[in-house]
Design a protein around this ligand. Sequence first.
Ligand SMILES: *Cc1c(COP(=O)(O)O)cnc(C)c1O
Length: 395
Amino acid sequence: MNIPLLDLKAQLEPIRDEIMAAITATVDSTCYIMGPQIELFEKNVADYCGTKAAVGVSSGTDALLAGLMALGVGRDDLVLTTPYTFFATMGSILRLGAEPVFVDIDPVTYNIDPEQVATLLSDSSLASKLKAILPVHLFGQCADMAPLLKMAGELQIPVVEDAAQAIGSSYPMPVDGALQWQKAGSMGACGCFSFFPSKNLGGMGDGGMVVTNSEKMAKDLRLIRVHGDISKYQHTVVGGNFRLDALQAAILNVKLPHLHKWHAARRQNATLYNALFKEAGLVEAGYVATPQAIYQDAAAAGKGVDYHIYNQYVIRVKDRDALRDYLLDQSIGVAVYYPIPLHQQKCIADLPASRLSFPEAEKAAAETLALPIYPELTSDMQEYLVERIRAFYKK
Ligand SMILES: *Cc1c(COP(=O)(O)O)cnc(C)c1O
């Protein structure tokens, strides 16, 4: 059985006509840069996330870049982040002449560990140079935002959420003694999304969005997006060409109403995987550790909460590379995110961070494997895949 890591054709089929109609309408409108589709999509995403504003941009990477620029991050500033994420998180910091300061991850969620953030922030000379804190909601589950926001708030350091893998994912924020579910991207100074085709909400090319509750931040982002052009050829700040294409916005406007249902299907697939691995005895034997949805219990009362959106379903396994090769050889699409933690990347070999060790990030990089989890994946495929993994360990 051939099981791809992602099957975009299966997603396209039921909405193909609607998407083609939206593309045709946009082509016929000849409005390709900015315009009504962008405005509509920004309104739709702001409503979906519960934020005051949303600013469409050219990619998730540019969302991070524009977000940090709007906060004035620049040369010799420090930005606190995780070493276990996609390169763009660190790349956006470095491109502004700033430097990443890493804090290791929690081994259960793979998200930045708030306790180690606290330790680092207790060094006041370092904390005073921090211009932003950049947590990532990795694999579709929110980082533990309450303690991060509390610490950041006390030090008046803005938090930029890298929510590229987590649009719609919700976090149980304690507010006045009760839990309030807040969406990824809506909790910090701004949140950054990517519409790269493999994300839960994927376009047909590149695209991104910054959401924020600050009118000023939104205004600055809109300016930065168009080279700082305040009105015809008058440039008040140096920005970039960070616009979202109207065609992508038109496509994404069709897809957004389906997102909640797709999230639920991914969650259902994750639940089945968890059960199948347990049944196969692989968890008990210590071969496979399945991912933990740590906000699931809090979500039990309120049905339909997207407490995890499983952009990736990532297991921790023994003999990872051998298992990966074994599955790939049998046309089962698995992948390693991310094999080299950021502090070990060549491009920062001359920075102090490269001489430090982040044991949990290094361990995750060596032990984790992502399995197909897309909404249209069938239970037959999942059963077959888990059986193949069982066969690998119990030869
Ligand atoms: C995908 C991703 C990005 C970058 O998004 P692009 O749209 O590809 O530029 C940034 N951060 C994380 C964590 C991502 O997964």
